[in-house]
Design a protein around this ligand. Sequence first.
Ligand SMILES: Nc1ncnc2c1ncn2[C@@H]1O[C@H](COP(=O)(O)OP(=O)(O)OP(=O)(O)O)[C@@H](O)[C@H]1O
Ligand code: SF4
Ligand SMILES: [Mg+2]
Length: 386
Amino acid sequence: MTTPAPSSSSEPGAIDGVPVYDHLLEIRALRTFFFTQRGVVKAVHDVSLHLDEGEVLGLVGESGCGKTMTALSILKLVDPPGRIVGGEVRLRGRDLLMLREEEIRRVRGRAVSMIFQEAGAAMNPMLTVGFQIAETAMVHLGIRKKEAMSLAVKMLEDVRIPDAARRSREYPHQLSGGMKQRAMIAMALVCRPSILIADEPTTALDVTIQAEILDLLARLREEYRLTILLITHDLGVVAEIADRVAVMYAGKIVEEAAASDFFREPRHPYSAGLLRAMRKDAGTRAARRLAAIEGAVPDLLHPPAGCLFSPRCGDAFDACAERHPPLVRSIGAPSRGPAAVRAAASPEGALLSDAFPRKVACFQFDALPEAPRSPDGAGWDAERGR
Ligand SMILES: Nc1ncnc2c1ncn2[C@@H]1O[C@H](COP(=O)(O)OP(=O)(O)OP(=O)(O)O)[C@@H](O)[C@H]1O
Ligand code: SF4
Ligand SMILES: [Mg+2]
């Protein structure tokens, strides 16, 4: 985390002309809506997230909850009828949403790179794999074709594609699914971005290849000093590689926690359902998906009144019908509602304690006051030795 300090420059938020920022990437109150003939779909609704240098944040949630739209919004890649209608996406303090098209084009691939959800479809079938990687380097790095082609071969070696020089001259259809995904990763990293957004990088692959791709990402994270936003349905993938987890439901973040805390004790009833679904079918492939929670995600054209999760929530109580709860820092066991009663009654529940801060959007949890900052920029938790 970069330390904010008093500004001595006339630029707001800058010290001697150098901007200061709390996080490498900070998304604040992002809103991306689709304006359809049937009405407005709030696909991303007041989403706030951050990424710190070198970490892997896993963004999880069922299909249609807004993960991809959040990622596309970061790079201003949302197509009509979708539109980013509010919020900020600050990369090292600079709001990407304020950039003109030619400016954001320089950010894409260069500073922030994305592996798209459909890896195969994202490749041009008419061009060799090597040329596609080289082309990205020529556009962003301004290098000549010969140099770019050598760089492409080196990238294919870096993503552990055997016989990389020969493979670079092949077309996408000549590569297996796993190889294609490796080539996509090579293309995403050729300009050495600081941030990699990987949208479902393992979903279409079989379990063995999934594991290989995850190993590769873990290794490249070190080699390339990457910060990764990993989007997935698969909590197993998150457990393997993520430092923190953000859970999305119906366009909103409902829980954010350190991965270790999340897997030990998910707080939001939706998170708990996801984890139960994963554990119930552990070992089978279907089980690693998140479809097993009862009920369906709401139609975002007609979202439920009150808490968006209330129609599926076994813990819902009166307050849940009134409005959707805000995402707040929370500590300890639930303090209200039926779950609180159960938690208080069980010896295990009485031991629940919060080793690390986390945020939950659920009326069962009391909000903590926002953390005051210590002089060295560390937050509330560091001050209390947590
Ligand atoms: N072209 C569109 N027109 C209208 N609504 C759209 C359109 N594209 C996406 N949406 C809405 O945005 C919501 C979020 O979509 P998004 O692709 O971000 O979901 P996701 O979490 O990535 O799902 P998946 O896991 O299936 O990839 C969808 O539920 C849908 O309601
Ligand atoms: S606010 Fe109420 S309905 Fe929503 S998740 Fe919490 S307990 Fe369930
Ligand atoms: Mg998606």
